[in-house]
Design a protein around this ligand. Structure first.
Ligand code: PMP
Length: 437
C-alpha cells in the first residue's frame, strides 16, 4: 500500500535490534508462517495495522481486552490517573479498591498483593507455598503455562508448546529438579508423585482450566481431587487464574466449577491480564494466614518498584467495575455463537477437529488424532498444526486476526457484537476449505 510503511519493512527493522523482532515469542508468527502484523491502533473488536488494514481481533491482547480495545471509560480513567502522576513509590487509595474487587468476586481470596505480571504472581505464589510449608518441591501439569520463571518452563504451554520446546536453556539443573511434571487430568499420576516424595511437595500449581495448550478444562471432579490430595498431604494448591480470571466467568474458573457443584478453595490464586485492563497489573492472593507471610508482615520477601502502579490500577479498576453481568452474557453469547459456527464450517468441509470450552473460553484443535477430545498435553501435541496454519492465513486474508498458534485460546471481547460475529462467520467456509488442504 503506497504511503504506508509495510509490515515486512517494520519486521526487518525490528529484527535488526530485537531478537526475532518481537518482545514475546508467539507474536512472531513462527508456527503459522508469514509476517506479523504491526498494530498501530485498536478499538472495540478491531485492530489496525501499520499498512492501514483493519482486522477483527480474536487475540484481545491474549486476554486483557475483556471489554474490547480502548473502551472510552477505561481510557478516560487512565488519562485522569496519568494526569495525577505516573508512579509514586508509595501506597495509593486505589490499590485496596482493586484488591477489594478481586476479594468480592473470588471466595478463595481473602487478601492479595498486586504485582505487574502473571510471571511475578506465580513466582511469588510458589515462594509463599515453600515458605508456608518448609518444603521445596513443586508439581505442575504438562502443557500448563505459568509465566517464564526458571522453575515453571518444564513441559510448559504457550510459546513453548507453539515452538515444541521441552523447556528452556539457561535454567539450572538444580532448579529444574525442584519441579515435578505430571499429565493433566491424571489422578493416578498425581497420587504417584506424592507417594514418591512424601512430605516434600510444597504445592501443586494448576491453571484453573488449561488454556495455554489450547483450552483443556479439568475433567469433572479433577480439581476437587487435586485440592483434597494436596490438603491430605500438607501441600498447598495454587490455582493460576491469570488467563481464566474474570474472563471464563465473572468470578473466574472457580465460579464455573462452583456452578458445576465443585466448591474448590485453592490456598493461593494468581491473576493478571483482565485485572490490568491492558496495563501491567497482576496479583497473588489467597488465605490471609498464608498471604501474611509476605514481607513486611512475614518472612517471605517480595517487592516491586512499579507494583500497584496508579495508572495501571486505574485501568484495571475501571475494567472490573464495567465488567457486569451484561458483559459476561455478551462474552458467552459471542463465544457460543462463534465456536458453534467454526465447528459447523469444519464439519461441512470434512475437517476433523474438536472444539473445547472452559466457561466463555474456547479453542479449536484440528486433526483426526485429536477429534475425539483433548484431555492432556500429549494429546494436544498430536493436533494438525499445519491445518491450523492454513486456516489462520485464510482468516487473516479475510480480515480476521486469530491467535498465531494452534496452542492458544481464541479470545472474544464484549465488543464482539452480533454484526462482528456474523462477519467472522462469513469468512469461515473458505478458511475451513483451506484447512482441508
Ligand atoms: N499464567 C497463565 C495461566 C498465563 O496464561 C500467563 C500468560 N499467558 C501467565 C501465567 C504469565 O503472565 P505474564 O505473561 O503476564 O507474565
Amino acid at each position: 500500500m503506497s504511503g504506508h510503511v509495510t509490515n515486512e519493512e517494520l519486521f526487518a527493522r525490528a529484527r535488526a535490534v530485537i531478537p526475532g523482532g518481537v518482545d514475546s515469542p508467539v507474536r512472531a508468527y513462527g508456527s503459522v508462517g508469514g509476517t506479523p502484523r504491526f498494530v498501530t491502533s485498536a478499538e472495540g473488536a478491531h485492530v489496525t495495522d501499520a499498512e492501514g488494514r483493519r482486522y477483527i481481533d480474536l487475540v484481545a491482547s491474549w486476554g486483557p481486552a475483556l471489554l474490547g480495545h480502548a473502551h472510552p471509560e477505561v481510557v478516560a480513567a487512565v488519562q485522569e490517573a496519568a494526569a495525577r502522576g505516573l508512579s509514586f513509590g508509595a501506597p495509593t487509595p486505589a490499590e485496596a479498591e482493586l484488591v477489594e474487587e478481586i476479594v468480592a468476586r473470588v471466595p478463595a481470596v481473602q487478601k492479595a498483593r498486586l504485582v505487574s505480571t502473571g510471571t511475578e504472581a506465580t513466582m511469588t505464589a510458589i515462594r509463599l507455598a515453600r515458605g508456608a510449608t518448609g518444603r521445596d518441591l513443586l508439581v505442575k501439569f504438562a502443557g500448563h503455562y505459568h509465566g517464564h520463571s526458571d522453575g515453571l518452563l518444564a513441559a510448559a504451554g504457550s510459546g513453548l508448546a507453539t515452538f515444541a520446546l521441552p523447556g528452556s536453556a539457561g535454567v539450572p539443573a538444580a532448579i529444574a529438579a525442584q519441579t515435578l511434571v505430571v499429565p493433566y487430568n491424571d489422578r493416578a499420576a498425581l497420587e504417584a508423585v506424592f507417594a514418591a516424595h512424601p512430605g516434600q511437595i510444597a504445592a501443586v500449581i494448576t491453571e484453573a482450566a488449561a488454556a495455554n495448550m489450547g483450552v483443556v478444562a479439568p475433567a469433572s471432579g479433577f480439581t476437587t481431587f487435586v485440592a483434597e490430595l494436596c490438603h491430605r498431604e500438607g501441600a498447598l494448591l495454587i490455582s493460576d487464574e491469570v488467563l481464566t480470571g474474570f474472563r471464563a466467568a465473572a468470578g473466574g474458573y472457580a465460579q464455573v466449577l462452583a456452578e458445576a457443584g465443585e466448591q474448590v478453595l485453592p490456598d493461593l490464586a494468581t491473576f493478571g491480564k483482565v485485572i490490568g485492563g491492558g496495563l501491567p497489573v497482576a496479583a497473588v492472593g489467597g488465605r490471609a494466614d498464608v498471604m501474611d507471610l509476605l514481607a513486611p508482615t512475614g518472612p517471605v520477601y517480595q517487592a516491586g518498584t512499579l507494583s500497584g502502579n496508579p495508572v495501571a490500577v486505574a485501568a484495571g479498576l475501571a475494567t472490573l467495575r464495567l465488567a457486569d453481568d451484561a458483559v459476561y452474557a455478551r462474552l458467552a453469547a459471542a463465544s457460543g455463537a462463534l465456536s458453534a459456527a467454526v465447528g459447523a464450517a469444519l464439519d461441512e468441509a470434512s475437517v476433523p477437529h474438536v472444539v473445547q470450552h472452559a466457561g466463555t473460553l474456547f479453542s479449536v484443535f484440528f486433526g483426526a488424532e485429536v477429534a475425539g477430545g483433548v484431555p492432556d498435553y500429549a494429546t494436544a501435541q498430536r493436533q494438525d498444526a499445519a491445518a491450523y496454519g492454513r486456516f489462520f492465513h485464510a482468516m487473516l486474508d479475510a480480515g480476521v486476526s486469530l491467535p498465531p498458534s494452534a496452542f492458544e485460546a481464541w479470545f472474544v471481547t464484549a465488543a464482539h457484537d452480533d454484526a462482528v460475529i456474523d462477519r467472522i462467520v462469513a469468512a469461515l467456509p473458505a478458511a475451513a476449505r483451506a484447512a482441508a488442504g
